[in-house]
Write a protein that binds this ligand. Structure first.
Ligand code: BG6
Length: 275
């Protein structure tokens, strides 16, 4: 049900979408995957990145914005990154909040024993709350991520602050490593920072902007850029697009998996803002 004057349903490139336009921001969220595709704070360009080669078709993952990886992350199951990003969600509500922001809630019914909702608040920040409730009679192991793709001037000239000294799993080698400086990108990067609930900042001097990614209910941060060779291998990613993006993903991955007792719930939150 839409009770918002700041949200309207539309078709966006053939996909059912909700377009948000309020005093704080403009944004776009699709029914497919409940995927936020765009978030532009007032007077600013989009914080999110979308590939020019993204595939917009039922059953396909969309390369960009904020895919929801659930109920498993990566290769914990098949298909890669789970079911939620591949399917349509139900629009539950869209409401104007008293402070002028817009709250959207969608629900995914693809796994009968698990209730899944995503609440997105389009305001002076972009806040996502992904809530899972275990309706089954047995324990469930959940891995998940809000796989946010951020737009940057040039990935080789940015840095990600906040994870200095934090140990990480280098997914390219399988080795556990740590660094004493902020993250810089000079090659393919695929890291899982686990047991880490810190706030990160993407520092982009050329665009004079800092994007903050704060979180709750999350112990993992995944940092990814495919660089040249992997970009070539992905059919929905332009060969020359890797400098334009970086993924800083809020999740619970690997040994940070959430164990949900029967009847219990968990909320994963990411809050993204210009600072
Ligand atoms: C990241 C993973 O989260 O997602 C990478 O760490 C993976 O290993 C990337 O390549 C993209 O995955 P996909 O399934 O969207 O191509």
């Amino acid at each position: 049900m839409i009770r918002a004057t700041t949200a309207r349903e539309k078709q966006w490139r053939g996909m059912a979408a909700l377009e948000i336009d309020n005093e704080f921001c403009r944004g776009l969220i699709l029914r497919h995957g409940a995927q936020v595709i765009s978030y532009c704070p007032a007077d600013a360009s989009d914080l999110l990145w979308l590939s020019k080669k993204c595939v917009l078709e039922p059953g396909q993952a969309i390369r960009g914005g904020i895919p929801v990886c659930w109920p498993w992350f990566g290769k914990d199951g098949n298909p890669m990154h789970g079911l939620a990003r591949l399917n349509d969600w139900e629009l539950v509500t869209a409401e104007d909040a008293p402070d002028g922001s817009t709250e959207v809630e969608m629900a995914f019914g693809g796994v009968p024993e698990l209730d899944l909702t995503l609440r997105v608040i389009f305001g002076s920040s972009l806040r996502l709350d992904l809530t899972t409730v275990n309706r089954s009679g047995k324990e469930v192991r959940l891995t998940q991520a809000l796989h946010s793709y951020f737009a940057v001037s040039d990935v080789a000239r940015i840095r990600v602050e906040g994870l200095e000294h934090s140990p990480f799993l280098n997914a390219l080698t399988g080795a556990r490593e740590s660094e004493d400086h902020s993250i810089r990108f000079q090659a393919e990067t695929d890291r899982v920072y686990d047991e880490s609930d810190v706030t990160c900042r993407i520092i982009d001097p050329a665009w004079r902007r800092k994007i903050q990614v704060a979180k709750a209910g999350s112990n993992s941060t995944v940092v990814w850029n495919p660089w040249i060779d992997k970009a070539h291998r992905m059919t929905d990613f332009g060969d020359d697009e890797y400098p334009e993006m970086v993924c800083v993903e809020t999740g619970n991955v690997g040994r940070d998996a959430v164990i949900l007792a029967p009847g219990s719930g968990h909320t994963l939150t990411a809050e993204i803002a210009l600072v």
